[in-house]
Ligand binder design. Structure first.
Ligand SMILES: *[C@@H]1O[C@H](CO)[C@@H](O)[C@H](O)[C@H]1NC(C)=O
Length: 646
C-alpha cells in the first residue's frame, strides 16, 4: 500500500476550492511548490516506466505495453541498495506511472562530460529482448524536479521547437539496432534570486558509444561515436555495456511559473479550429430547426389560449404549413400514449442514471482542465479528479435513475437501487481487469498493481455505492414528474413507418452529427494515448463537448418529433439509441485508426486496443444516449403541455 497516496485527493479538493487558477496555468498542489537549489546541491533524477513511442524503422509499428525501468532484461543501472519507489497519487498509478529512484548524480550548476554509471552484461536472450524494444521504438521517461526529460523537436508546420517528453532507448540504423548507453543530460536552470536556482527544462541527448571503457571507480572514456553499440544475440556472446552520462547546466530566462509551456504544445491548431467551425455550423442549423418547431407549436398554443379569432390562426397556419412535407398533426394524435412507460423501464432508468453520473463527471472534469487545474505538471491529477468526481456524482446518478424510474411507473425498486451503482462500474472494472490480465501475461509492467485495484474497489464500495443509494432514496421519496396529458387505457395502433424513420437508418443518420462534433478531438486524444504524447488541448475539448451536447440534444429531438408526427409513440428507447448511435461511429473510427495508423507488434496489443476502444465506445453510448433522452423528455413535456385535452 505504500505506493498509494490517497490523502492527496482530499488536499487536492480543498485546495481547488480555495485557490483560483493563475493565468500562466501554473498551479501547484501542496508539496509541488518550486524547489530551490544552491550550486552543488544534489538534484534527484527519477526514472519512470518505458513507453512505446514512434518506431523509427516502421512509423506504424506500435505496442500498448509499457515496462518498468528496472525490468530485469534491460539491465539498467541501479543504486547499490536498490531503487526506491516514489509515492504517487492514485490517478498517477492508474495512468501507468511507476516512478523510482536512480543512481544518477546531478549537482546543480556543475557540468560533467563523462561520468561512469555502471557496467552491465547482456546475455543473448536479454540482448534479443532489448533489440526488439529498440525496433519497436521504446522511449525512456525520466523526471528531474518533476519535469520530464524531453527531446527538442521542431513543429512540423511552424518549425518552432518544443519539448516532447521521452527519449529513445536506441536507434535503428540500416536495420541494425543500436543501444544508447550514454546520455547527455542538459538541464535549463533559472536564477530566481542570487544563488537560488530552479530547474526549468530538461533535455536528454542519448548516444550509442561502442568503445566506452571503464577507468577506475567512477570514471570512464566516452568514446567511440563512430562505433555504435550493438548487442549481439548469438548464444555464448556476453555483451558488456558501459553506461555513462554527461550533465550540462544551461542558464535560461524562463521563470519557474511558465516552465511547462514548451511541453504543452498544440499540434496543428488550424485543424481544431476548422473542425470547430464545421460543427458549429451544423449546430446552428439543427438548433434553428428545433426552435422553428418549438415556436410553431407553442405559438399556436399561445394563440389558442389568447382566444384569437380563427382567421388569425389560419393566417399563421398558412405561412407555417404551406410548403411543409411533414404532417404535423400526427404528434397530437398520440397524446394518449406518448407517456406510456417504455419496455424494460428498469434497464433504461439504470442506464440513464449512469449516463447522468458520467455526464456530470465529464463536464466538471473538462471545466477543471480548462481552468488549468489538470495540467500535466500536476502528475496524475487528471486520473485522481476523474475518480473523485465519479464517486461524488454517484449521488446524482442514483437520484436520476430513481426519478426516471418513478416516471416510468417502475415497481422493482430494490433492483433499481442496486443495479444503478453496480452496472457501469462492473463493466468498466471487468474490461479493465481483463485487459490487465493480458498485460500481466506479457510480463509487461504497465499493469495496474493489485493493491491499486483493491483500493478502487474499496472506494467504490464504501463511497460510491452508498452515495448512489442515498440519491436513489431521495429520488424515490419525491413525487413523480407529472405528465401533462393523460395516458389512455388501450394502446393506440402504430401505423408502419418507412424510409429514414425506420430504427436503423434514423439512428445511423442522427448519430453521425454528434460524432462529427467530437471527431477531430477524439483523433488527437487517441494519438496522445497510443503514442504517449501529452494531450493539452482542453480549450478545444471544452468547446467540442459543448457542441456535442447541443448536437446530440437537437438531432434527437428532431428525430423524435418526426417519429411522433408519424404517430409512433415509442420514443424513449429510440431517443436513447438515436443519440447513442454516435458511439458506433466512435468504435468504427477506432478501427479505422488501427488500420490507417497502427500495426501492432503482437496480437495481445491488438486485443488490449480493441478492449479499450469498446469500453470507450460503450461510455460514449451511455453518455450521448442520456443527453438525447433527457432533451427529448423535456421536449415532449413541453409540446404536449400546449395541447388542450378534455
Ligand atoms: C556547462 O555546460 C553548458 C552547456 O554546454 C555551458 O553553457 C555552461 O557554460 C557550462 N557551465 C560551466 C560552469 O562550465
Amino acid at each position: 500500500m505504500r505506493r498509494l497516496h490517497i490523502s492527496t485527493s482530499g488536499a487536492l479538493l480543498a485546495s481547488l476550492l480555495a485557490i483560483a487558477p493563475s493565468p500562466a496555468l501554473a498551479f501547484y498542489f501542496p508539496g509541488t511548490a518550486p524547489a530551490s537549489y544552491k550550486t552543488g546541491d544534489a538534484v534527484p533524477l527519477y526514472v519512470n516506466r518505458l513507453t512505446p513511442a514512434e518506431s523509427l524503422s516502421d512509423p506504424k509499428l506500435r505496442s500498448v505495453f509499457s515496462f518498468d525501468y528496472y525490468h530485469p532484461p534491460f539491465h539498467f543501472c541501479r543504486e547499490k541498495d536498490g531503487p526506491k519507489e516514489i509515492r504517487e497519487s492514485l490517478g498517477s498509478i492508474l495512468f501507468g506511472d511507476r516512478i523510482q529512484t536512480s543512481p544518477f548524480e546531478l549537482k546543480m550548476g556543475i557540468n560533467e562530460t563523462c561520468k561512469f554509471l555502471c557496467e552491465a552484461p547482456y546475455p543473448a536472450k536479454d540482448a534479443e529482448f532489448v533489440n526488439n524494444r529498440i525496433y519497436q521504438g521504446y522511449d525512456l521517461n525520466w523526471l528531474i524536479d518533476g519535469l520530464p526529460a524531453a527531446q527538442s523537436l521542431p513543429d512540423p508546420a511552424t518549425g518552432e521547437p518544443f519539448y516532447q517528453p521521452g527519449f529513445a532507448l536506441g536507434l535503428v540504423d540500416e536495420a541494425i539496432p543500436r543501444l544508447n548507453n550514454h546520455y547527455d543530460i542538459v538541464v535549463d536552470y533559472h536564477e530566481a534570486s542570487p544563488g537560488v536556482f530552479r530547474v526549468v527544462g530538461v533535455l536528454v541527448d542519448p548516444y550509442s558509444l561502442g568503445d566506452s571503457k571503464r577507468q577506475g571507480d567512477d570514471k570512464a572514456t566516452c568514446t567511440g561515436g563512430q562505433i555504435p553499440l550493438v548487442l549481439k544475440e548469438n548464444e555464448g556472446d556476453t555483451n558488456l555495456v558501459v553506461f555513462t552520462y554527461g550533465v550540462y547546466w544551461r542558464s535560461n530566462p524562463t521563470p519557474f511559473a511558465t516552465r511547462w509551456d514548451k511541453y504543452l504544445h498544440v499540434y496543428e491548431p488550424k485543424i481544431h479550429w476548422l473542425s470547430l467551425i464545421n460543427s458549429a455550423v451544423i449546430v446552428m442549423f439543427l438548433v434553428a430547426m428545433v426552435s422553428a418547431i418549438l415556436i410553431r407549436t407553442l405559438k399556436k398554443d399561445i394563440a389558442r389560449y389568447n382566444r384569437l379569432d380563427q382567421f388569425a390562426l389560419e393566417d399563421f397556419g398558412e405561412g407555417g404549413d404551406a410548403d411543409d412535407t411533414v404532417d404535423d398533426s400526427g404528434w397530437k394524435l398520440v397524446h394518449g400514449d406518448v407517456f406510456r412507460p417504455p419496455k424494460n423501464p428498469l434497464l433504461l432508468s439504470v442506464l440513464l442514471g449512469n449516463g447522468a453520473q458520467l455526464f456530470a463527471m465529464t463536464a466538471l472534469t473538462i471545466v477543471f482542465a480548462l481552468l488549468g487545474f489538470l495540467s500535466p505538471s500536476n502528475r496524475g491529477a487528471l486520473g485522481t479528479v476523474i475518480i473523485i468526481f465519479y464517486t461524488i456524482f454517484g449521488f446524482f446518478g442514483g437520484y436520476t435513475a430513481a426519478r426516471t424510474y418513478k416516471f416510468f411507473h417502475g415497481e422493482s425498486w430494490k433492483q433499481c437501487f442496486v443495479y444503478t451503482p453496480v452496472a457501469l462500474p462492473a463493466i468498466v472494472f471487468g474490461v479493465f481487469f481483463l485487459m490487465n490480465l493480458f498485460v500481466w501475461g506479457r510480463g509487461a509492467s504497465g499493469a495496474v498493481p493489485f493493491t491499486t485495484m483493491l483500493v478502487m474497489v474499496i472506494i467504490w464500495f464504501v463511497l460510491s455505492v452508498p452515495l448512489s443509494i442515498a440519491g436513489s432514496w431521495i429520488g424515490f421519496k419525491q413525487a413523480a414528474v407529472e405528465p401533462p396529458v393523460r395516458t389512455n387505457q388501450i394502446p393506440r395502433q402504430i401505423p408502419p413507418v418507412g424510409g429514414y424513420l425506420r430504427p436503423l437508418p434514423s439512428m445511423l443518420l442522427a448519430g453521425l452529427l454528434p460524432f462529427s462534433a467530437i471527431f477531430i478531438e477524439l483523433y488527437f486524444i487517441m494519438n496522445s494515448i497510443w503514442h504517449s504524447k501529452v494531450y493539452y488541448m482542453f480549450g478545444f475539448l471544452f468547446l467540442c463537448f459543448g457542441l456535442m451536447i447541443i448536437t446530440s440534444a437537437a438531432v434527437t429531438v428532431l428525430t423524435i418529433y418526426f417519429l411522433l408526427c408519424a404517430e409512433n409513440y415509442h420514443w424513449q428507447w429510440r431517443a436513447f439509441f438515436t443519440a447513442g448511435a454516435s458511439a458506433a461511429y466512435v468504435f468504427a473510427s477506432c478501427l479505422v485508426y488501427w488500420v490507417r495508423d497502427i500495426s501492432w507488434t503482437s496480437w495481445t496489443s491488438g486485443v488490449v486496443y480493441l478492449g479499450y476502444s469498446a469500453l470507450l465506445s460503450a461510455l460514449v453510448f451511455i453518455l450521448t444516449g442520456t443527453i438525447g433522452f433527457f432533451a427529448t423528455w423535456l421536449f415532449t413535456l413541453r409540446i404536449y403541455r400546449s395541447i388542450k385535452v378534455d
